[in-house]
Design a protein around this ligand. Structure first.
Ligand code: SAM
Length: 226
């Protein structure tokens, strides 16, 4: 992995690393993230590398931040929470819907074997792909398209995570989940806020849904979304 250095000076890089440590300790471990794999991944991935330079000083605030095309990079706590909720294993193949900056895909890639990430906006898909390649996240594949249809070519997936709010769970995602697989997705009847749910595939025909917490994501737009 290419080491990432910010601002060209060791001081600036050191200060961001310190803020990353504090963010992990206070906002993640301090708020109940227990998975050591998730904590390690969040310690390792430099969030500043996924946001515009003028926002670097806010890289480790526990907030979503704006990226291109009116979209957002999610709040670190929510990235960690959703990643933990996926109950990942090292050999898992994961599908992420909503690549955005590529940050959450990078975090996932530190834990599992392969991440397929789908983004509907061509410009974001291209820049995330270039960024992930440059930073050395070689087990992430970014696809451009409507993620409400999943990505059937590489199905089934051990885990699927959707990082945009859907009106209901898109059926193609259920079909592309492996038996025993977990789908974590924000759903709700209005585009502004959602309930985060985890759907577990029990067998060929049965799924079990658990409600996790209230969240606020940009809308999932597509054939089976808004
Ligand atoms: N995971 C991202 C990150 O780490 O930066 C944050 C994702 S942002 C909150 C939601 C993303 O979902 C946006 O980039 C948006 O364009 C994308 N999106 C919305 N509808 C989509 C769809 N049907 N298929 C794929 N991506 C979609």
């Amino acid at each position: 992995m290419t080491p990432w250095r910010v601002g060209g000076t060791p001081d600036a890089a050191g200060s961001l690393e310190r803020r990353r440590d504090i963010m992990v300790r206070e906002h993640l471990a301090g708020r109940g993230i227990r998975s050591q794999a998730v904590i390690r991944a969040m310690e390792e991935v430099p969030r500043e590398a996924f946001i515009p330079e003028q926002l670097w000083e806010h890289a480790y605030d526990d907030n979503p931040l704006p990226i291109d095309e009116g979209q957002t990079i999610s709040q670190p706590y929510i990235v960690a929470y959703m990643t933990e909720a996926l109950e990942l294993g090292v050999s898992d193949r994961v599908l992420e819907i909503g690549t955005g900056s590529g940050y959450a895909a990078a975090v996932l890639s530190r834990i599992v074997a392969t991440v397929h990430s789908v983004e509907r906006l061509e410009g974001l898909a291209r820049s995330a792909r270039e960024r992930l390649d440059r930073l050395g996240y070689s087990n992430v594949l970014v696809h451009e398209g409507d993620g409400t249809l999943g990505w059937p070519e590489h199905a089934p997936y051990d885990a699927i995570v959707v990082t945009a709010g859907a009106p209901r769970v898109p059926p193609p995602l259920l079909h592309q989940l492996a038996i025993g697989g977990r789908l974590v997705i924000p759903v709700g009847p209005v585009p502004e806020f959602q309930l985060l749910v985890r759907v577990r595939r029990l067998n060929e025909d049965e799924y079990r849904t658990e409600e996790l917490c209230g969240v606020r994501f940009v809308p999932l737009i597509g054939a089976k979304g808004w």
